[in-house]
Design a protein around this ligand. Structure first.
Ligand SMILES: [Zn+2]
Length: 84
């Protein structure tokens, strides 16, 4: 009788952990341990990909502050805007 009781407790614990792993992942992606948003997402005007502001390449093009996912994208955008 005691063994069955322990088995049920362990089962509930395992299921609880599994639920936390499956549903908790998405929420923690851009959030710190204190629940605040860690980083702002900025759009790369060259390839239209969203990148975290802190990990992006910052460039000032024609007096406008722009953020790029990589150096290649920044160079490409700057050379493209020069041709126009
Ligand atoms: Zn890019």
């Amino acid at each position: 009788m005691l063994f069955r009781f322990i088995l049920i407790i362990v089962l509930i614990y395992i299921i609880g952990r599994l639920f936390r792993v499956v549903f908790g992942r998405r929420k923690h992606r851009y959030r710190g341990s204190n629940g605040e948003v860690v980083d702002e997402m900025v759009q790369d005007p060259s390839c239209n990909v969203y990148v975290p502001r802190r990990g992006s390449i910052r460039r000032v093009v024609h007096g406008k502050e722009l953020f790029f996912c990589s150096n290649e994208c920044a160079e490409k955008y700057i050379s493209d805007s020069k041709d126009r």
